[in-house]
Each structure stands twice: as structure tokens, then as C-alpha cells.
Design a protein around this ligand. Structure first.
Ligand SMILES: Nc1ncnc2c1ncn2[C@@H]1O[C@H](COP(=O)(O)OP(=O)(O)O)[C@@H](O)[C@H]1O
Ligand SMILES: CC(=O)OP(=O)(O)O
Ligand SMILES: [Mg+2]
Length: 398
């Protein structure tokens, strides 16, 4: 019987997963299948595809299926579909680890209690990440669980890059910048030498993770030195439905002058702003790029403007720029967004190769050979990063 590892990324309306062989440190070739249960709360759709893209399982679960029952269905499916394999461990994506965790940890009741303390700091993610851990602990108490954090890659940020200009006592209580999407940045840092060469990996690089959530990270020798997300995953870039950077005076105005409650403001800033709020059409970049509605065009323009401005800020934090990397659903697939960001970065020395950018699929360079600053697109793989962490933690413990 051989071991397999399950990677879980549990959200409010979906549980995404990937299953890896675990006889060696996982690589992309060790992926067995991936998928998830989507539309939880409506008519849950359980779909699994093999690593070659072939559909392996495609069923609808009963309307009203709870998160607990969905998790049971997922684990039961893994055990039934792979009777000769032993589920050795589960690795979870956990968005917020505060300053408590600088790397992955085995889940214990104490860790669960600590993670619950961050629920309000990542309301779209944390409660669902932790609920999945709790359900598995209840249903399969002997199954090893590992928590892997979005914040860990930024754990050693220079203190200056984490500080808000607030009274010291608040900083000491942990009100500071943490940064997120760290599993994605860590994966990209690991790919940089192979894709862009060792000289780039050793240099000053800004990585733009542009997905449903979006952030950017300035790296020096593949370590995070500055990032756009902050105390929560609300700061920085404009996102699908999140506002990104905002004058805190707006929040006070909404509280005092508009009489909004804290939870209403939370809903506004996390779920009704960003591309969705500005366009009034969709939180999905594909939909907006395909639309000729002026509100869709304005939303896209603001998205690009915010990325370009943060790029300048992060380049300043690095004292210059050697390379720019795009990743995440938008960064990997939207050549138009990459083109527009690069056009606004000409002043930094980015000379786009329009044809290479349009043609690119997968990982590669999108700037001209003599561009002072090179730009790249590299598909991210947070699941693989988690599988590796779980394997390393287990292997180290052997
Ligand atoms: N071909 C494409 N062109 C433009 N945008 C795309 C394309 N494919 C995916 N996207 C965008 O990527 C975003 C989702 O990114 P993704 O990284 O998959 O999100 P998540 O954070 O949920 O993992 C959506 O806005 C989607 O429209
Ligand atoms: C931290 C975060 O914003 O994650 P996602 O992009 O998956 O929403
Ligand atoms: Mg993502």
C-alpha cells in the first residue's frame, strides 16, 4: 500500500482539493487528481479531474448538503476510489497565521484555538479553513493534519515594512502588516532559477499574484522584503470583490455619517467592492475584458492603474528592479492586463515583447531581449507547495 497526501483549500462556498503520491517529495508529476465541491449552500457540484485533464468524477450532491457532509463525501470518495492507497496526511491552506507561525505546523487542539483567534482578520477565508480542520479532526481523529500559512513566507519581513504609523502599544499587540499569498510567492521563488535564471532569482524581483484576491511581493534573493496586503487580505491592490487600499477615514465616515454597522462595512469592503463594485457587472476579469460597457472598462483601467502604482512603490522599496513576474488566474492568462501593466512600467525599463506576451502559454518571458527589466509569466501552484510542506514535515519527523 502506498501513501497519498490530500491538499485542501476550504472556502465559504467551495472545498478545493488535490491528491498527490507521496513516495518522494511531491512534484507536479506526482499529482493524481484534483477538483472540488463547489456551490456549497446551493446545489453542490463534486467534480474531480485526473492529472491528464480527464474527468474522473462528476456528480451533484443533495441540495442543502452541509460543509461537514461535503467533507465526509470527499474523504469517502478518496478512500473508495483509491482502495490500495493509504491517506497519510492532509495539508490545509490556512490564510492567517499572524506572527505565531513561520512555517507549516502539525494541527493540535491548541493550534486550532490559535487559528480561531484570526477569524475576524480574514473573514472570507479563515473561518472556512479552520472549520475544515475541525471537521476532519472530528471525523478522522487519527488522520495527521498540517496547516500551511499564506503569512509564513512574509514572516521575516523587515520590521520597517510591517509597521503602521500607529501608537506603539497597538503595534506591540500585533496590529501590523503580515502579507498573504505566501504559498504562491514561495512556489514562484522556487521556480525562478529554472524559468528566469539564477541572476534574476538572485536579484530584485516583484511578483504580482493577480487572482480573485490580488497582491504583490517585492523579493530580494527570493525573500519577501515588502508586500501590498496588510493586517488583513483587504489592503493593497483592487481585487475581484475587495477594495484594496482605502483611506481609513472612509470607514469612519461610513460608521458615523452613514450609520453603517461594522459587519455591513465588512460586507461592503470584502464582498461588494473591487472589480464588482466599480463595474456593477462582475468580479470576474474575463467577463469585464469581454464587455464593452464603459463601467467594465473603467474597472479594468483602475485595476491596472493600481498594479502599476504599487509596482513603483515596491521597486522603490527594493532600490530598483531587475524583473517583474505575473501569476494567479489573471497574471497567467490575461495577456491584455500584462500588456497594459508593462506599458505603464516603461519608465522602470520594461520593454514588452507584444508577440511573446500574446503567444505565451505556461511559463516564459514577455519582454524584449534587451529590456533593462525582464518580465515573465509563471503559473503558480499553491497546492503543490502545500503537498511539499506536508511531505517535508512528515519526512523530518521520521
Ligand atoms: N483567460 C483569462 N483571461 C482573463 N482573466 C482570466 C482568465 N482566466 C482566469 N482569469 C481570471 O482570473 C481570476 C481568478 O483567478 P484565480 O487565481 O483562479 O482565483 P482564486 O483566487 O480563486 O484561485 C478571475 O478574475 C478570472 O476572470
Ligand atoms: C489571501 C487571499 O486573498 O486569497 P485568495 O486570492 O485565494 O482569495
Ligand atoms: Mg488563489
Amino acid at each position: 500500500m502506498s501513501d497519498v497526501l490530500l491538499v485542501l483549500n476550504a472556502g465559504s462556498s467551495s472545498i478545493k482539493f488535490a491528491l498527490y503520491e507521496a513516495h518522494a517529495e511531491p512534484t507536479a508529476e506526482h499529482l493524481i487528481c484534483e477538483g472540488g465541491i463547489g456551490s456549497l449552500g446551493h446545489r453542490p457540484h463534486f467534480k474531480v479531474v485526473n492529472s491528464d485533464g480527464q474527468t474522473r468524477h462528476d456528480v451533484y450532491l443533495a441540495e442543502g448538503t452541509s460543509h461537514d457532509d461535503a467533507m465526509t463525501a470527499l474523504i469517502d470518495w478518496v478512500e473508495t476510489a483509491f482502495p490500495d492507497q493509504h491517506l497519510a496526511a492532509v495539508g490545509h491552506r490556512v490564510v492567517h497565521g499572524g506572527s505565531l507561525f513561520d512555517g507549516p505546523v502539525h494541527v493540535t487542539p491548541e493550534v486550532i484555538a490559535q487559528l480561531r483567534g484570526f477569524d475576524r482578520l480574514a473573514p472570507l477565508h479563515q473561518p472556512h479553513n479552520v472549520a475544515a480542520i475541525e471537521v476532519l479532526a472530528r471525523l478522522h481523529p487519527n488522520l495527521a493534519q498540517v496547516a500551511c500559512f499564506d503569512t509564513a513566507f512574509h514572516h521575516h519581513l523587515p520590521e520597517l515594512a510591517t509597521a503602521f504609523a500607529l501608537p506603539r502599544c497597538l503595534t506591540e499587540q500585533g496590529v501590523r502588516r503580515y502579507g498573504f499569498h505566501g504559498l504562491s510567492y514561495e512556489y514562484i521563488a522556487g521556480r525562478l532559477p529554472a524559468v528566469a535564471g539564477q541572476a534574476v532569482a538572485d536579484g530584485r524581483v516583484v511578483v504580482a499574484h493577480l487572482g480573485a484576491g490580488a497582491s504583490m511581493c517585492a523579493m530580494q534573493r527570493c525573500r519577501s522584503v515588502a508586500t501590498t496586503m496588510g493586517f488583513t487580505a483587504l489592503d493593497g491592490l483592487m481585487m475581484g470583490s475587495r477594495c484594496g487600499e482605502l483611506d481609513p477615514g472612509v470607514v469612519l465616515y461610513l460608521l458615523e455619517e452613514k450609520g453603517m454597522a461594522a459587519r455591513e462595512i465588512e460586507d461592503l469592503l470584502y464582498r461588494r467592492s473591487g472589480l464588482l463594485g466599480v463595474s456593477g457587472i462582475s468580479d470576474d476579469m474575463r467577463t469585464l475584458l469581454a464587455s464593452d460597457d464603459p463601467r467594465a472598462c473603467e474597472a479594468v483601467e483602475l485595476f491596472v492603474y493600481r498594479v502599476a502604482r504599487e509596482l513603483g512603490s515596491l521597486a522603490a522599496s527594493l532600490g530598483g528592479l531587475d524583473a517583474l513576474v505575473f501569476t494567479g488566474g489573471i497574471g497567467e492568462h490575461a495577456a491584455e492586463i500584462r500588456r497594459r501593466v508593462c506599458e505603464q512600467a516603461v519608465w522602470l525599463g520594461v520593454a514588452l515583447d507584444d508577440e511573446a506576451n500574446t503567444r505565451l502559454s505556461g511559463a516564459g518571458r514577455i519582454t524584449q531581449p534587451d529590456s533593462k527589466v525582464s518580465a515573465w509569466a509563471i503559473p503558480t501552484d499553491e497546492d503543490l507547495m502545500i503537498a511539499r510542506h506536508v511531505w517535508r514535515l512528515a519526512d523530518g519527523g521520521r
